[in-house]
Design a protein around this ligand. Sequence first.
Ligand code: HAM
Length: 417
Amino acid sequence: MIQSVKGTHDILPDKTGLWRQIETALHAFMHKYGYNEIRTPIFEKTELFKRGVGEETDIVSKEMYSWIDQGGDNLTLKPELTAPVVRAFIQHNLGGQSAINRLYYKDAAFRRERPQKGRTRQFYQFGAELFGSSYPEADAEVITVSYNFFKELGIKDLSIKLNSIGSEECRNDFRKELRNYLKPLLTNLTEISQNRFEKNPLRILDTKVSHEKELLKNAPNIADFLTNDDHVHFEKVKELLTTMGIPYTIDPLMVRGLDYYTRTTYEITSGALGAQDALCGGGRYDNLVESLGGKPTSAVGFGAGMERLIIAFENSAKYTSNDSIQIYLIALSENALSQSQSLANTLRNDFSVSTDMLRRSLRSNLREANRSGAKIAIIIGDEELTQNSVQVKNLIKGDQQNISINKLTEYLSNLDL
Ligand code: HAM
């Protein structure tokens, strides 16, 4: 038997209702904040991610699904959505049409990571990107949008980790200082960190290994390297969040795994998740539009994992599926079959209705009706056919009534289905 590819998951009918509920909430929520949806292709030129996300990042250097197609183009299933949205923003000159663009998306993303709970190789991300403002109120808005969405869904134990990694110039100095600090400790670091030392030393700060965390205790702090402008910007972001009642903690060790960030970076975690506790991550990326060929445009955004949100939601709120049908129709004879099929179609103007397809006995059909979650079973036999009526069985209360077909819709409308 052919199984699904490792790290990919089917979303079965018992869960699709939950997904739709969150997706519907997302669209309504984004509308309230004035964000418009954007959809980009599932694959892009590999170059976009190499230049956009950064060649030295884990995502680009080892996790992308890339291939050369029949025409010789090097293509990649998108591992994240910011670079494609920026590409579309530039290509369609959205910045020329409006000084501020607020965009959001929900789409599949692909990374060949080691699968575990909350980490898959195909996953869904939703997120938002705000283009056109270099002001701290844009950072504060994006953080607020993500946090308030989780809050509105009732996700428990939310916390925001906030940092500023400054502009490129101060990061160069910081990188130098960090390497100086780490050099004598290099042999005590894990192989992964040793590999990161030259290429991407900031990522070492992000380690989950406890003895490395210990070694990093006295490492230089990025906050000491910020320029005055970076500092003023970060202070205002914090002030705005405080004013809006958004709680946060400063985490100078939080370095995001993508190269495009400037100044503000943040992550939101939830205690309702396991080891992979990041619900969302984001930040400011003031150089990306220009480096991908657009006019210099400031931007800030976030991306959030749907699977993780679903896990957190199920662990936080009591969810009951509302996907069950309302009425299950049972025909007791071949003569009653066509009547039941046409009655089902009429009732579907007002209700959700399912019918038997296996010509089963009344007993097994009632069992099936209960399994389906229907509240009402409608039974039609030869006697009902001649009387132009049906038996309506309330599957919750157990009582049964003979109802004339003419009065059926009215009768059902008065029930709490
Ligand atoms: P990211 O931190 O790589 O950022 O991913 C954002 C979120 O996607 C994570 O916090 C997590 O919830 C989810 N996620 C990432 N990888 C996986 C995986 N393998 N399985 C399940 N969920 C996963 C970005 O992608 C940036 N584009 C965010 C951004 C938007 N920054 C600015 N704008």
